[in-house]
Design a protein. Sequence first.
Length: 488
Amino acid sequence: MKIALWGAFAAMTTLGAFAMPANPLWTPPDPPREFRGVWIATVCNIDWPSKPGLAADAQRRELVRLFDLAQKLRLNAVVLQVRPACDTFYESALEPWSEYLTGTQGKTPGYDPLAFAVEEAHRRGLELHAWFNPFRAWHPTGKSRPSDLHLSRSQPGMVRKYGNLMWLDPGDPKAQAHTLQVILDVVRRYDIDGVHIDDYFYPYPEKGKVFPDDPTFLAYRSGGGRLGRSGWRRDNVDGFVKRLYEGIKAEKRWVKFGISPFGIYRPNVPSGIEAGIDQYEDLHADAKKWLNEGWCDYFAPQLYWAIAQNKQSYPKLLDWWISENTQGRHLWPGNYASRVIPGVGTWQPKEIVDQVQLTRRTDGAGGNVLYSMQAIAKDARGLSKALESAYVKDALIPASPWLDETPPALPSARVSGSAIEWTPGAGEAARWWVSAHRYRGQTVWHLRVHPAGVRRFETAMAGKTLEAAAVAAVDRCGNRSDWALVRP
């Protein structure tokens, strides 16, 4: 085909005049889709920052190194803990700065960590999910005096002491309203890609201790409530989860809401599964109901057991959660990568890689979330190297058609020497770009995923001649445009 004719043909394709023939020689394949996330825990300085009181520049450098590593390993999302215990890793008029930043609760770190994290994550093509602990109010590792803005001082009636922690009472409407306000404030002000909550609703039980919610339960019963305490507690959490999902969608429909509950719903569910706690009765979390009702965009049950561990079987639990996903939400199990750290666990990296591969082969599961970043950053027992073998090629995050299924506009593309260059189309901005190129004499297309700010990709390879290239835009809900095809 003459170059001029190909150029006109590609231009018409870009404008949507007609589609390229369904021929693998001239049509790139669909890009792989897989969620590849990692939790970055800030409570107790588990993952970041390495210790409280670091200078702002040192904190930023540490976070950039973590993001660079995530990008290098072809991960595509980070789940950053921004509210460990009614304290914040972002500028807030509602709650104080976290002491895990500065060593003193309420003291500014001199910059906005969440704003910085969002910018740097997006620069690398990573989604940034803001992780909130909705009801924990104080962690025993806290050393500094609570600031005047902390709820234990500004609203002590909302706070309950349980063991060596402090907790917001989920049965207190004011406490629920406050947490909703805190999270939705972040949704409004920051360009986050997701809101994430984990398995802390009511506290994990401690022997001989009773959660002190008599005042709110008695107020409920005196107002005509008929549920017993356990059912009432579950109803409190159900209502919170539903209102949070609806509140996020009312603000920004495209912001995904993810829940990461304890990985076992109830003992002997499914048959033969054993558990040290009953999530339904002990945490008062009816996680199955939330998934059945579709009150989330993705579910990441913490499947923190080995594949061969029969009484808590990873594949058996994964299959059960998939069977409960009646609304077709994303199912991305959590994996306990930190068990490869000497002193934490005895797993070898192969266990994590095998879990990723098993998840990949399981219909109904679309990715994994690794806990936590320290295991990867330390390359514990060679985990980072092992993950390179699992994540060989770039992958897009799976699309969320219930949020939006309109693809972005076609970009316009051209070849300059051995590089592909492109310009965005009109309308919705792309969150990612996907490029594809093929060398002369080959039928294999080479696909790469690029951050939104990239507009050029060099394809040069020794001894290879570029024969065809293509670019597509991908929006924040994962919708991909058609390919804009070009040829040198």
